[in-house]
Design a binder for this molecule. Structure first.
Ligand SMILES: Nc1ncnc2c1ncn2[C@@H]1O[C@H](COP(=O)(O)OP(=O)(O)O)[C@@H](O)[C@H]1O
Ligand SMILES: [Mg+2]
Length: 441
């Protein structure tokens, strides 16, 4: 009732701390909100050691590859030019880790025995044009007191190359130029960069250079001019995917410094290794799985990581990977995916192209979009299949021709309808409208 509030009740909301600070309507907090979180027992000795960026000092099951690189690059310490190399292998096979380990050791040895050996690594996924790679190489050769940077744009390629040669000559020595993820740059911008870099030695007198290209794509050399191919691929090293036993050893090695000894229950490492081996033997995947599992266990406040934490971590990682894919689909792809989900909502499994098209057509009308032809929609279905969001199997229906049998393959904890509506609120009516579904014969 109005006017019945007593002065005493009002006073409850006015607190005065000993310091004299006055807070209105706030319950007093003793200490800082982070105190509890900070004081919590942790399962990690050093979480960094499970991250991709950490450079381990031991790389189990890569002895042969390390040996091959070492055998070739030792030439640099003798003042000779090592052969150019191409390293191939699926992602997470340890190519970057092995190369940076060997290069660090090489440079360290060079300093010990007073030989000028330099290693420069460029990630060609991030630095993805010839001009930018050359500028990056040139500018990374500047000493701290030199400020003469090559501009990020504007010079003709010849001039940047000339400047690069000048700088290499000034410092002399042997340069190991590592082009990581080179397949990405070549696919985008062609092989001019490789042509120019593998030709540098003809312009160098006091300096020498060797190029190591690292590719995630085994067919990468198909994109190369035969001359570039033969100059770059003087030595090829293939990194095979790790199997479950090898991944287990890698995880044991990495977790020994990353986690407390008693933090892992029986079978946890084995499961992380087995799941990652099923993907394609990706050490990165295995490390992520172990790290996220330990984070889950820690969050729960348990004293060790159990199998169930690995299962939860796996579905979270899967959902985290799929969500942005669904979110960024073009609108028409979203409409087709929605039509598949809506058809499946009726309880149908193995829905056919015709049924999906029918619902897609209605969905387009509900949101005021012009529907594409059945042929285009069939192509969009194949795209969704390639992205791994659905599986579409072509089946023959005798004289009725061929059709696709479609199943969505989204993990249960991914709510694609919610993601689609979140990404494009205009599409909300798709999921709230009524549909006529074809009757199945
Ligand atoms: N043999 C290994 N021992 C320990 N860690 C490894 C090993 N191979 C790969 N890793 C780790 O796995 C992650 C992915 O390896 P990376 O070298 O980046 O693979 P790639 O370059 O082939 O895609 C990195 O964190 C790396 O340190
Ligand atoms: Mg790599």
């Amino acid at each position: 009732m109005r006017g019945t509030r007593t002065p005493a009740r009002h006073a409850v909301c006015v607190l005065r701390e000993s310091s004299g600070t006055r807070y209105e309507g706030v319950v007093p907090v003793t200490g800082n909100i982070f105190d509890k979180a900070l004081g919590r027992a942790t399962l990690f000795r050093n979480k960094e050691h499970l991250r991709h960026s950490h450079q381990p000092m031991k790389l189990p099951h890569r002895e042969r590859e390390i040996e091959q690189l070492t055998f070739n690059l030792v030439e640099a310490l003798n003042g000779q030019i090592p052969s150019n190399m191409i390293l191939y292998g699926v992602t997470g096979a340890g190519k970057t880790a092995v190369t940076s380990f060997v290069c660090n050791q090489l440079v360290e040895k060079g300093q010990q025995i007073d030989r000028d050996v330099f290693a420069i690594t460029v990630n060609c996924r991030q630095i993805d044009t010839q001009y930018r790679v050359l500028t990056h190489l040139g500018n990374s050769m500047l000493e701290a007191h030199e400020v003469d940077e090559i501009p990020f744009t504007g010079w003709p390629t010849d001039r940047v190359l000339g400047e690069l040669v000048k700088r290499m000559e000034k410092r002399a020595g042997v340069y190991i130029i590592v082009l990581d993820e080179i397949d990405h740059l070549v696919r985008k911008a062609g092989d001019d960069l490789l042509y120019n870099l593998t030709n540098l030695n003809s312009s160098l007198k006091s300096a020498r250079c060797c190029v190591i290209g690292i590719s995630n794509d085994l067919k990468f050399t198909d994109f190369l001019d035969p001359r570039v191919r033969s100059r770059l691929g003087q030595q090829d090293v293939v990194f095979n995917p790790y199997d479950a036993d090898q991944l287990r050893d890698i995880l044991v090695q990495r977790s020994s410094s990353a986690l407390h000894a008693e933090a892992l229950e029986e079978g946890v490492i084995g499961l992380c290794a087995a799941l990652a081996a099923q993907e394609h033997g990706d050490a990165r995947c295995a490390l992520d799985l172990l790290r996220v599992s330990a984070e889950k266990a820690e969050h729960e406040g348990t004293t060790s990581v159990a199998i169930r934490h690995v299962r939860t971590a796996q579905s979270q990682i899967e959902a985290d990977q799929i969500t942005p894919v669904v979110h960024s689909l073009p609108t028409q792809q979203k409409l087709v995916l929605s039509a598949i989900l809506l058809t499946e909502r009726t309880g149908a499994r193995g829905v056919q192209t015709g049924e999906v098209y029918d619902v897609y057509d209605q969905a387009c009308h509900h949101v005021g979009k012009a529907p594409l032809t059945a042929r285009r929609v069939s192509m969009l279905i194949s795209n969704l299949d390639m992205l791994g969001l659905i599986t579409a199997r072509t089946v023959s229906r005798g004289r009725y021709g061929r059709t696709k049998e479609i199943h969505s393959s989204l993990p249960p904890n991914v709510d694609a309808a919610a993601i689609i509506q979140d990404a494009e609120p205009d599409l909300e009516p798709i999921f709230s409208s009524k549909y006529r579904h074809q009757s199945r014969l």
